[in-house]
Design a protein around this ligand. Structure first.
Ligand code: SAM
Length: 765
């Protein structure tokens, strides 16, 4: 790439517009950014053979049988008595095989080494938190919020971000207050992002927020910037069988260039990519969970086959057919209008149902809102003949009607109830009702249509229909979604209104994902999306929560830079308001928010961090050293494989990472990495400055056990004093298990390092 840039610099004349590509954006020039992205996209190959040795050995035998062992030749040699030649022949084959096996062994060493790097759980590189002011007040009290206001108001980057996102200039404390009410101050839903602050501020905030609250309970979302296989693999420790709904929208593999990421795999490669990720997704699903995958005709068939293999044939309950384009794509042989959402469950009992939103109902009576639903059974399978008990007359009182024209009914003919109505289909033939007389009787008030659950209304042709007043019971999803709100164009319009410019191609409409979530979650469950794109799933979950007062949480994984440029700003904006035009909020009706986001070490980063050490000379004398063991042995001290010695100073554990297209050396977040590895439900953080160093205590639980994790540097430590600091703190919470890094004099604790290492390299199925 450097070479290309050099040549371009020579070739592009000064004063030419094209020289704009050499303008710097952050640390790299535009052309460098694009070159980096292009080479990464076209050189990264995520396909590592799971058992290269076994595969090549089988291929070798096949090759030897086909190419070497010509049975005719062997027979002739044997029959002609040329046993020496026969022996030579066989020695040749054996020699070839032995050499080939060594080569296979060597190749397998390399492939297995790559597999180990791919499968190892990745480090959390950094963790930041975003919380709106109103939520700080809610969780950490106003006094704490007031105590950090000066620091916030001095933070230019934070103020600048608010200006950019919301178009408001904040100069003083008063600018942060939405309004003063009788209940006290109402703070603006402006988000603080800890990336603009130092570590000390971050810890202070976390400690304050978790003093009275459980951390994982108050967090509304988690975002992970990572290749999704690694993201899901790390999440498994904590979120196994926790997701109620997974929505995901993978690249459709259409090869179209509009995508910046790789979108032109062979069917088989695309399927392998999907298979690996869907298998992890399945492990994350609750038994009553649902997974939705958006797709078009290009891969639908393959995807359905794959999903029925993974989730079970009977659990493939989809697809939902969505009309995404009213006019259809005219350039195709058939102008296609639809895409699909393939749906799978983990068992046949799970259905796509939801409580119908009662506020949508237009009609109202003494008991509240309702929708009239015909009582006649429209299923032609049920008839007067096979359901005689469902065939009986109603009698309508035509003179007693409510404001909508509904009349009360009775099962008896009376002086008032004079009109007889029988269940008849449109052709006037006998059919039957849905309810029997006994059930109907419980719901009748023949003299008051306002209080009668079964009512009649006259049709235009003079005949009568009988209705049940439907007051909201479970509603099942239909398979055809034709509403205009699901059309693709809406996704783009919504996102452009929110961000004020076009940055992301083809986001899904918020309503589509909101609707899917409404059928598969109730109020406080977890929704995961691991091809998050512009973060529509987060937006949809927030909107649904706003509408039904739910507390659903989301976890999103995305590897591209949209993570920082679209998803995070999007959530910050939606938390402030749901209503945007040209990038500016139209009200302040958001719900406020608290989420955290991580960047994970990537496969390429792990490769970069491999360091070779000189082995002892004697190893060279072992016959198989180079062929089988060299890579494993000489790289074992690499930090990406966890260097235990370096963990003595855990807040300074460093890795080389590619960030903003440049390699940087950064501190790794061992605390969060370990939390994920052991699957800790974090409830509280405490941070102390004692014994000349920082102590971080994490409290939480796992499998019903109360757990405490303690981190501090043990460089030049006074272990006696250290014991005191730790024991005093732990006494308050009496954990069942205690994990501490490095040595300690504390009673009955477990060392973090060996567990960290074994969990990091746990076999993936
Ligand atoms: C079709 S888009 C998703 C759009 C999203 N539903 C929305 O509404 O914005 C697919 C996204 O997956 C991301 N992606 C592709 N392969 C990935 C991988 N292996 N890991 C993580 N993200 C990936 C791409 O960067 C892209 O943003």
């Amino acid at each position: 790439n450097e070479e290309i840039v050099k040549i371009l610099k020579e070739k592009i004349p000064e004063n030419s517009l094209a020289r704009l590509v050499f303008e710097k954006e952050e640390e790299k020039t535009l052309i460098e950014k694009h070159l980096y992205r292009y080479t990464r996209r076209n050189t990264t190959d995520y396909f590592i053979h799971k058992d290269l040795k076994g595969f090549l050995e089988k291929e070798l035998d096949f090759y030897i049988k086909n190419e070497f062992l010509n049975l005719e030749d062997l027979k002739v040699l044997e029959e002609s008595g040329y046993f020496d030649k026969l022996r030579l022949y066989l020695i040749g084959v054996r020699a070839f095989r032995n050499i080939a096996l060594k080569i296979i062994e060597f190749l397998a060493q390399i492939e297995n080494f790559q597999k180990k790097i791919w499968e190892k759980k990745k480090f959390v590189i950094d963790t930041h938190y975003v919380i709106t002011l109103d939520k700080i007040k809610e969780y950490a009290e106003e006094e704490f919020l007031e105590s950090i206001l000066d620091e916030i108001l001095k933070n230019e980057k934070q103020l600048e971000e608010w200006k950019e996102l919301f178009g408001i200039e904040i100069k003083s404390k008063n600018d942060l207050i939405e309004k003063n009410t009788l209940q006290g101050k109402e703070w603006k839903k402006l988000p603080i992002d800890t990336k603009y602050f130092d570590e000390e501020f971050k810890w202070k905030l976390l400690v304050a927020l978790t003093k009275e609250n459980d951390m994982d309970e108050i967090l509304d979302g988690v975002l992970i910037k990572s290749e999704n296989w690694h993201g899901l693999n790390l999440l498994l420790g904590k979120f196994k069988e926790k997701a109620k709904c997974i929505y995901t929208d993978p690249p459709y593999n259409t090869g179209s260039d509009e995508f910046l990421y790789k979108d032109n795999y062979q069917h088989s490669c695309w399927l392998t990519m999907m298979e690996n990720r869907l298998k992890l997704a399945k492990e994350l699903m609750r038994l009553d969970g649902v997974i939705y995958v958006s797709i078009d005709d290009n891969e639908r068939y393959h995807l359905e086959k794959l999903m029925s293999n993974i989730f079970g044939e009977n659990n493939l309950i989809g697809p939902i057919i969505v009309q995404v384009n009213k006019g259809g794509r005219d350039y195709l042989p058939i102008a296609k209008q639809q895409e699909y959402v393939v749906c799978c469950t983990l068992n046949r009992q799970t259905e796509l149902v939801r409580e119908r939103e009662i506020s949508e109902f237009k009609y109202e009576d003494l008991k509240g809102k309702f929708l009239p639903r015909e009582l006649r059974n429209r299923n032609p399978k049920f008839t007067r003949e096979n359901r005689p008990n469902l065939y009986y007359p109603f009698f309508v009182n035509p003179n007693n009607k409510d404001r909508y024209g509904f009349r009360a009914v009775s099962l008896q003919k009376t002086d008032y109830h004079t009109i007889k109505v029988l269940p008849k289909n449109v052709k006037g033939e006998d059919s039957c009702w849905r309810w029997g007389k006994e059930k109907v009787l419980k719901y009748l008030d023949p003299n008051n249509p306002e209080n009668c659950e079964i009512v009649a209304r006259q049709k235009k042709d003079g005949g009568w229909n009988i209705y049940e007043k439907y007051r909201g019971s479970p509603e099942k999803s239909r398979s055809l979604w034709l509403d205009s709100k699901f059309r693709t164009e809406n996704g783009s319009i919504q996102l452009r209104n929110l961000l004020g410019k076009h940055i992301y191609d083809f986001p899904k409409p918020v309503d589509l994902i909101e609707e899917l979530c409404s059928y598969s979650t109730t109020r406080s469950e977890i929704v995961i999306d691991f091809f998050a794109g512009s973060g529509t799933t987060a937006h949809a979950v927030m909107k649904l929560n706003k509408e039904d007062g739910g507390k659903r949480k989301f976890i999103l994984v995305e590897m591209a830079d949209y993570f920082d440029t679209v998803i995070i700003p999007r959530i910050k904006k939606v938390a402030y308001s749901f209503n945007w035009k040209e990038g500016r909020p139209q009200d302040t009706d958001g719900i406020g928010f608290f989420f955290k986001y991580h960047t994970l070490e990537q496969y390429e980063d792990a490769l970069e961090n491999i360091e070779f050490e000189q082995p002892q000379k004697t190893l060279y004398e072992l016959t198989d050293y180079f062929v089988k063991y060299m890579l494993e042995w000489e790289t074992k001290g690499s930090k990406t494989f966890l260097n235990i010695d370096e963990m003595k100073d855990p807040f300074n554990y460093k890795l080389k990472i590619i960030k903003n297209y440049q390699q940087k050396i950064v501190n790794v977040d061992l605390v969060e990495t370990f939390n994920y590895l052991i699957g800790l439900n974090v409830s509280r953080y405490e941070v102390l400055q004692e014994n000349g160093r920082k102590y971080v205590f994490v409290f939480g639980d796992k499998d019903g056990k109360r757990i405490a994790v303690v981190w501090r540097s043990i460089k030049d430590i006074d272990f006696e004093k250290d014991r005191e600091v730790i024991e005093v703190k732990l006494k308050e919470s009496e954990p069942d298990e205690i994990y501490i890094n490095g040595e300690a004099l504390v009673k009955r604790f477990r060392h973090i390092e060996p567990l960290f290492k074994s969990l990091m390299f746990e076999e993936v199925e």
